[in-house]
Design a protein around this ligand. Structure first.
Ligand code: NAD
Length: 285
C-alpha cells in the first residue's frame, strides 16, 4: 500500500517557516506585499483568489486586491500593472487567470516586472527554467518538487514521466526535474499509447485534467505517483487524474486529491512572495 503524501501537512510545515521569514522581514521594516488582480467574477477564480488572500494573512503577507469588471479595458489593467511595478510596498503581483478572451495573456504577463512575477510566468522566468537560473519557479511544479524533497525521494537518474504539457504545469515540471538530473519524458493528448511510457516511470506526475486517466495497469510497481489533476465530477466530487483506489495498491507513494498538490500551490506562491521581498531588501543593502 502506498504512503499517502499529505499536502496539507507539508504545506503547513512550509508555511510555518515562511511566517518566521516574514516576521524577520517585518523586523527589518519590510512588510511583504502581494497584489492580486482579478478581472470578472469567474466562480472558480473567486475561490482561488479568496484562498490566496487568506493564506497571505496566515504567514504575515499584506495582500492588495484589485478587482475589475468582466468588461474592463485591457489598457486599464496594463496601466495598473505598470503602477504596481513601481510601488515599493508591493513585492509580488499575481494576475488571476484565465482572463476574458479579448485580453492578450502574454502581453499582460510580459508587462509584469520580472522582479515581482511571483507566479513565474514571465518569459524571463520561463527562460530561467531552461537554463537552470529561475528566480521564481511556477507554483504548482515548485510545490511538487517540495513534496518530493520532503519525502526525500531521490530524483537523480530516476525515470520521470510527466503526463500533460501545459505552460503552467507540465512543461515547467519537466524542466525542473531535468534540472535535478532525472531522465524526463513528457506525454500529452497526442501521445500514442500513453501506457507504454507511464509503465517505465519511477516517478509519474500527472497533470492532464482527465479523471481516471491513470489506472493500475499503467503504473510500475513501487512508482511514486503525483496527481496534479483537479476534476469536478457530475456528482460534485473532486477527483484527480489517477484512479486513487487502484493505484495506491501498487505505488510506493501517492498524492490524494483533494489535499495533495493543491495546498502546495498556494504555499509556493507565498514562498515566492517572501523571496521577492527578501531579494529587494538585499538589493537595497
Ligand atoms: P491544460 O488543459 O492546460 O493542459 C492539459 C495537458 O494535458 C495538455 O498538455 C494535454 O495535451 C494533456 N492531456 C489532455 N488529455 C490527455 C490524455 N488523455 N492523455 C495525455 N495527456 C493529455 O491543463 P493544466 O492547466 O496543465 O492543468 C492540468 C490539470 O491540473 C487540471 O486538472 C487542472 O485543474 C490541474 N491543476 C491543478 C493545480 C493544483 O494546484 N493542484 C494547479 C494547476 C492545474
Amino acid at each position: 500500500m502506498a504512503k499517502i503524501i499529505d499536502g496539507v501537512a507539508v504545506a503547513a510545515e512550509i508555511r510555518r517557516e515562511l511566517k518566521v521569514r516574514s516576521q524577520a522581514l517585518r523586523e527589518r521594516g519590510v512588510v511583504p506585499g502581494l497584489a492580486v488582480i482579478m478581472v470578472g467574477n469567474d466562480p472558480a477564480s473567486s475561490v482561488y483568489v479568496r484562498n490566496k488572500v487568506r493564506a497571505c494573512k496566515e504567514v504575515g503577507i499584506e495582500s492588495f486586491r484589485f478587482d475589475f469588471e468582466q468588461d474592463a479595458e485591457p489598457a486599464s489593467v496594463l496601466a495598473l500593472i505598470r503602477e504596481l511595478n513601481c510601488r515599493s510596498d508591493i513585492h509580488g503581483i499575481l494576475v488571476q487567470l484565465p482572463l476574458p478572451p479579448r485580453f492578450s495573456v502574454s502581453e499582460v504577463l510580459q508587462t509584469l516586472s520580472v522582479d515581482k512575477d511571483v507566479d513565474g510566468f514571465h518569459l524571463y522566468n520561463v527562460g530561467g527554467l531552461v537554463v537552470g537560473g529561475t528566480v521564481f519557479p511556477p507554483c504548482t511544479p515548485y510545490g511538487v518538487v517540495k513534496m518530493l524533497e520532503h519525502e526525500e525521494i531521490e530524483l537523480e537518474g530516476q525515470n520521470v514521466v510527466v503526463v500533460g504539457a501545459s505552460n503552467i504545469v507540465g512543461k515547467p515540471m519537466a524542466l525542473m526535474l531535468m534540472q535535478r538530473d532525472a531522465t524526463v519524458c513528457i506525454c500529452h493528448a497526442k501521445t500514442r499509447d500513453l501506457a507504454q511510457f507511464t509503465v517505465l516511470a519511477d516517478i509519474l506526475v500527472v497533470a492532464a485534467g482527465k479523471p481516471n486517466l491513470i489506472v493500475p495497469e499503467m503504473v510500475k510497481p513501487g512508482a511514486v505517483v503525483i496527481d496534479v489533476g483537479i476534476n469536478r465530477l457530475a456528482n460534485g466530487k473532486l477527483v484527480g487524474d489517477v484512479d486513487f483506489e487502484g493505484v495506491s495498491k501498487k505505488a510506493s507513494y501517492i498524492t490524494p486529491v483533494p489535499g495533495g498538490v493543491g495546498p502546495m500551490t498556494v504555499t509556493m506562491l507565498l514562498a515566492n512572495t517572501i523571496a521577492a521581498a527578501e531579494r529587494r531588501l538585499r538589493a537595497r543593502q
